[in-house]
Design a protein around this ligand. Structure first.
Ligand code: NAG
Ligand code: NAG
Ligand code: NAG
Length: 359
């Protein structure tokens, strides 16, 4: 599968490479024009990483998919880890889902470095700018909003011997400014609509409270993407009736319980926002995923419930910080590129209270 939403290795390196003779074994090191990307102590190893990545990118351009294997992990510190093609796709689908209806990259991806980390493994760092289009149906006061921010990506990959799959991606680590959680996610998790959304998933999708039958409200917004304005508002007729007074009562109680939760989890530093704690934000994310995969139902419930993998989610945040995942140098690169290339301030992004401009 191909990673559509985030960094697809837009390294500015291919033109030179394509003109090399196919038989050439000795690629120049450092690569002409990309010296800054592969500088550092282990120049020879870094060059191997660079050329493996370039070969993978070349295949990508000829439409050979980048392989995401069962062992590939995507890690976004405030929300947790997602595994394999299914888990990663599902997770990224939330960025073109009910609350964020579309995520569009503005401008190019900016490469930071390609480096060996030893044992045939490599890191590559890129920064890109993304606009996240928020669905005003779900936001506080139905506010129109666009969240724009630098998204940093570090890819860890192994160099392989397979010319058709020159790299084997181990992990994608994603960085965003804190505002992704504390301003963007919080803008829709603070709303009453978010409590209703969660309770729809608990009662109608997951069938908790012995509801049994699935009688989902239609938040799917199929065909609604291009219309702009308020989308996904219509509830299906059957749901509108809410079936019975008993169901109404359950819904009311559930919404009350959901509203009592914090919108997002704030860490011990009083500043850092998390999506993986006992919050509405966490239940929105997993509620969205539960629509297509009931595996997530235990995550949405109010009481901690063990899922099929023996994991409990949306209870206690793991409290992982971006600084646990990225070096200070990596983060400095994201912030610097945000300022130099994407026009953000030192925060690395901004909220704009109007629809994203469509590029
Ligand atoms: C990637 O490389 C590391 C270090 O050499 C190794 O431990 C790991 O098993 C490799 N992964 C795969 C899928 O080959
Ligand atoms: C929502 O609207 C109400 C009434 O106009 C206002 O008091 C409140 O501050 C608004 N909330 C937000 C978060 O904008
Ligand atoms: C859920 O979180 C609370 C506190 O945040 C903790 O005391 C409790 O043990 C957790 N429950 C489970 C089942 O992990």
């Amino acid at each position: 599968m191909k990673l559509k939403s985030f960094a697809t290795f837009h390294l500015v390196l291919l033109n030179g490479l394509c003109s090399l003779p196919a038989s050439s074994q000795e690629y120049p090191c450092p690569p002409p024009g990309a010296e800054a990307l592969v500088d550092g102590e282990n120049l020879v190893e870094n060059c191997k990483c660079f050329y493996a990545l370039a070969a993978a990118q070349k295949q990508d351009q000829s439409d050979t998919p980048t392989q995401i294997k069962e062992h590939t992990v995507m890690h976004y510190a405030p929300a947790g880890k997602y595994y394999g093609p299914d888990g990663i796709t599902e997770y990224l689908s939330a960025l073109s889902g009910d609350h964020v209806t579309a995520t569009t990259q503005i401008g190019p991806s900016i490469p930071g470095y390609v480096r060996s980390i030893g044992n045939g493994q490599c890191h590559t760092l890129t920064a890109e700018s993304q606009n996240m289009h928020l669905n005003p149906y779900h936001t506080v006061n139905n506010t129109e909003a666009c969240a724009s921010m630098t998204v940093g990506v570090r890819v860890t990959f192994n160099i392989t011997d397979d010319p058709f799959e020159p790299i084997d991606v181990q992990s994608y680590e994603i960085w965003t400014p804190n505002l992704f959680v504390t301003e963007m996610f919080s803008l829709f998790s603070r709303s009453e609509a978010s409590a209703e959304y969660i309770c729809d998933k608990i009662l109608n999708v997951c069938g908790d409270y012995e509801n049994g039958k699935s009688d989902s409200w239609d938040y799917s917004m199929k065909n609604g993407r291009s219309e702009g304005g308020v989308r996904g508002l219509k509830k299906s007729k059957s749901a509108k009736a809410s079936k019975s007074a008993k169901m109404n009562e359950k819904m009311k109680n559930c919404v009350k319980q959901a509203i009592a939760l914090p919108d997002v989890t704030i860490g011990a530093d009083g500043v850092t926002g998390f999506i993986d704690g006992n919050s509405r934000a966490c239940r929105i994310l997993h509620g969205f995923m539960a629509k297509n995969n009931q595996h997530h139902c235990p995550h949405v419930s109010f009481d901690p419930e063990v899922d099929a993998d023996g994991k409990i989610k949306c209870n206690e945040s793991a409290g992982i910080l971006h600084t646990d995942v990225f070096t200070q140098e990596d983060i400095a690169f994201f912030i610097l590129m945000g300022q130099a290339a994407f026009g953000f301030d030192e925060v690395g992004g901004r909220m704009t209270y109007e629809p994203c401009s469509v590029v």
